[in-house]
Ligand binder design. Structure first.
Ligand code: NAD
Ligand code: DAU
Length: 356
């Protein structure tokens, strides 16, 4: 038995693959990992799997239909877990084309390949097959302060090129189920944080900038709210939905941890003050307000009651335990941080922050 994971060298995908191969319930079921290794993909995340026959890495593009067809025919996976995407909102504002290509066309290519492959399966194998689409809470748009959290029936109101491309991919997945009967599952998750998070995103950016004595750029007034979930909890939620979720359903996954960005930055600074104090004084001195993100969504919050009610899933980490583990991970993985801060990373930082 095997599963095909796309985007398994990125932040969440690599955590998912590592956890999958450790988890008792999956019994070490093997993984074929298809990833194009864009700037966000990093084989170093998977270094602990070197020599492990249960993990087969394939460098390739999800838009390459003949490659995807070949992998499905060769490995006969019982499921596809689809993480591969362009994932950073700011990059989608600077260059939306890559988001349409990977997130929309790439998902379309996978769905067509999965449909053809599923059509060749018979009996129990056909019955058991699943296409699990990993999506985001950003497809639901932005909440007012007193609005209830997003449920699975909240209207789609995406506001950025990133969230619009993810919304489009969700609609394709839904349509392939309704029209062709493809056995799909979709999960819409809130903001993740944890090990291997690329330091273009808020939490790892603040950690690496603080340690380097650089400004901590807070967009606008810093009062935008996100709902934070430790990455291994997202991965366990996906495993629960893949194992027991109802075909054709969507499940929201979230941490019940709504926090304004400025609180997050202060929490990171306080942990660094405790774990690696700076001779120059508290890290919060580096907080710098910069020009806001265009179209910046004000608040996200996930109502995760459906996955708890139907599948018994709840996050294992609180924000306090998860953020401490995360800061400690970055402090002990400075080599990983140094490697990802390569030339293309520096180009991005210059492009995004120079004119704020
Ligand atoms: P990431 O940017 O860290 O990783 C994306 C991975 O996809 C990289 O390894 C990259 O090389 C690969 N990839 C990109 N284009 C590809 C292509 N055309 N073909 C094959 N591989 C390609 O992203 P992430 O934060 O790990 O997010 C993974 C998924 O989870 C995405 O679908 C994202 O929308 C979703 N999601 C992310 C979060 C979050 O907080 N990060 C929250 C909810 C949902
Ligand atoms: O909600 C789920 C989404 O969370 C995922 O679908 C996306 O893939 C993921 O990138 C994330 O999107 P956000 O835009 O919420 O994450 P980001 O870390 O980029 O920003 C978090 C908040 O912090 C957001 O309100 C913008 C703000 N921010 C971000 C950066 C990079 C800053 O204030 N300063 C910064 O330098």
């Amino acid at each position: 038995m095997t599963i095909l994971v796309t985007g398994g060298a990125g932040f969440i995908g690599s955590n998912f693959v590592l956890d999958w191969l450790k988890d008792d319930a999956t019994q070490g079921e093997s993984v074929v990992n298809l990833d194009a290794l864009t700037y966000a993909g990093n084989l170093r995340n998977l270094a602990s799997l070197k020599g492990d026959a249960r993990h087969r890495f394939v460098q390739g593009d999800i838009c390459d239909c003949s490659l995807v067809d070949r992998l499905l025919a060769e490995h006969q996976p019982r499921a596809i877990v689809h993480f591969a995407a362009e994932s950073h909102v700011d990059r989608s504002i600077h260059g939306p084309g890559a988001f349409i290509r990977t997130n929309v066309e790439g998902t379309f290519t996978l769905l067509e390949a999965a449909r053809a492959y599923w059509g060749t399966l018979q009996g129990a194998a056909k019955e058991a097959f699943r296409f699990h689409h990993v999506s985001t809470d950003e497809v639901y748009g932005s909440l007012q302060p007193s609005d209830p959290a997003f449920t699975e029936t909240h209207p789609y109101e995406p506001n950025s090129p990133y969230s619009a491309s993810k919304a489009a991919s969700d609609h394709l997945v839904r349509a392939w189920h309704h029209t062709y009967g493809l056995p799909v599952l979709t999960t819409n998750c809130s903001n993740n944080y944890g090990p291997y998070h690329f330091p273009e995103k808020l939490i790892p950016l603040m950690i690496v900038n603080a340690l380097a004595g650089k400004p901590l750029p807070v967009y606008g007034d810093g009062q935008q709210i996100r709902d934070w979930l430790y990455v291994s909890d997202h991965c366990s939620g996906i495993r629960a939905v893949l194992a027991r979720g109802r075909v054709g359903e969507t499940y929201n996954i979230g941490g019940w941890n709504e926090k304004p960005n400025l609180d997050i930055v202060h929490t990171v600074c306080a942990l660094l003050d405790e774990l690696q104090p700076s001779a120059q004084g508290p890290y919060a001195r580096l907080i710098t307000y910069v020009k806001d993100r265009p179209g910046h969504d004000r608040r996200y919050a996930i109502d995760a009651r459906k996955i708890e009610r139907e599948l018994g899933w709840r996050p294992a980490e609180t924000f306090e335990t998860g953020i401490r583990k995360t800061v400690q991970w970055y402090l002990t993985h400075q080599d990983w941080v140094a490697e990802v801060q390569s030339g293309s990373y520096r180009d991005w930082v210059a492009a995004n922050y120079a004119h704020r």
